[in-house]
Design a protein around this ligand. Structure first.
Ligand SMILES: NC(=O)c1ccc[n+]([C@@H]2O[C@H](COP(=O)([O-])OP(=O)(O)OC[C@H]3O[C@@H](n4cnc5c(N)ncnc54)[C@H](OP(=O)(O)O)[C@@H]3O)[C@@H](O)[C@H]2O)c1
Length: 334
């Protein structure tokens, strides 16, 4: 594994982190989930990305993670960097969602109990909810650190203006933003470019703002939830995220334009001696501002395949140009 410092901090993260959004819930096979977490740790993936609502059932990914941690990894807690988040719909009523102090304070206590942890290494505001003043959310994060419930804080998916405001408030309180989490893949460059390809606005680039603010950048869905693995090039395979009727990836996302692009990218990957997934991960990591990619996997074999991305992280100028010609198209974004 290769480790990289996170923004202007003393924390290093593995280039590949493991996310528990899908495949670790109560509906999933517990033994497979357990094998993936233990295998990840053995391979140096020491950063695990959770959120209160991951499942389904919401909360069950944290419960399963807590059980695996307790049964098999308890002696290794200090070798692990564990994240959770609050902000999306979690429990009934007006306090079970959003970016309010009320939601964050209740949520972190629930998440710590489910994970059987005394503290999280990093705790995020999962989203800007469009209403709650950023001051309120950031003060809750600052107080969470002061209470010893998290060592560091992060923000996820904050729009550019709120992102800058969050950094300013956190820096003033001497609780700097360790990590900023944004979606980024060859098919989604909005956070990187500040808008869709051909309509980008560098002043709104979340990556630029994070780098200038000293925050590490961690990217989610680097494989566009599987679209950048080649697995959908010839239909919807059984057992895939789409076949399982995920609420977040649909047959309608498999457009002819994305399949054509994935096939062309797959040709470049083959010439590089990589799988499509490996090249897609290497491409996200080739942006020097990125600290780590959070991958999701549904099997140990996928994880092993993805880990081999680290064997070739360099792109020639010719490869970069060929890739850019394929992906610099707004219609691929989603
Ligand atoms: N902050 C946020 O709001 C936010 C939002 C989304 C995600 N996240 C984080 O980011 C993590 C990763 O997101 P993601 O799951 O969408 O990531 P992803 O890496 O883009 O997609 C993962 C999926 O791609 C398929 N896959 C992975 N490796 C493969 C391989 N080598 N060959 C073939 N298929 C492969 C698997 O799907 P199949 O089921 O089809 O096998 C896997 O579940 C999440 O777990 C979560 O921690 C954060």
């Amino acid at each position: 594994m290769i480790y990289k410092y996170c923004g202007h901090s003393g924390v290093q993260l593995p280039l590949l982190s493991l996310g528990l959004w899908h495949n670790f819930g109560s509906v999933d096979d517990f033994d497979t989930a357990s094998q993936m977490i233990l295998h990840a740790f053995d391979k140096g993936i020491c950063h695990f990305d959770l959120a209160n609502n991951y499942g389904p059932e919401p909360g069950s990914a944290e419960t399963n993670f807590g059980r695996i941690l307790h049964d098999s990894l308890a002696a290794h807690r200090d070798e692990m960097f564990i994240a959770s988040k609050a902000g999306h719909d979690m429990w009934p009523g007006v306090y079970g969602t959003g970016s309010s102090r009320k939601n964050l304070m209740a949520s972190i206590d629930q998440s710590l109990r489910r994970c059987r942890l005394e503290y999280f290494d990093v705790f995020y505001s999962h989203r800007y909810d469009g209403v709650t003043p950023v001051e309120e959310t950031m003060q809750a994060l600052i107080d969470i650190v002061r209470q010893g419930k998290a060592l560091y804080v992060g923000i996820s998916k904050y729009p550019a203006d709120k992102q800058q405001q969050a950094y300013d408030i956190l820096r003033e309180a001497h609780v700097p933003c360790l990590l900023s989490q944004y979606r980024c893949s060859m098919f989604d460059r909005k956070a990187q470019l500040g808008g869709l390809p051909t309509r980008e606005d560098p002043s709104k680039s979340n990556f630029r703002i994070a780098a200038a603010g000293g925050s590490g950048i961690i990217c989610f869905s680097p494989l566009a939830q599987g679209l950048l693995t080649g697995k959908y090039d010839n239909g919807i395979p059984a057992g895939s995220r789409i076949a399982k009727a995920s609420a977040f990836l649909h047959t309608s996302d498999v457009t002819p334009e994305r399949i054509e692009a994935a096939r062309a990218l797959g040709e470049i990957a083959r010439r590089r001696g990589q799988s499509m997934a490996q090249m897609a991960l290497a491409w996200v990591l080739s942006d020097e501002r990125v600290t780590s990619c959070i991958i999701g996997t549904s099997s140990v074999a996928q994880m092993d395949n993805n880990l081999q991305a680290l064997d070739n992280l360099q792109f020639t100028d010719e490869e970069k140009q060929q890739i850019n010609e394929i992906i610099y198209k707004p219609e691929l974004s989603f």
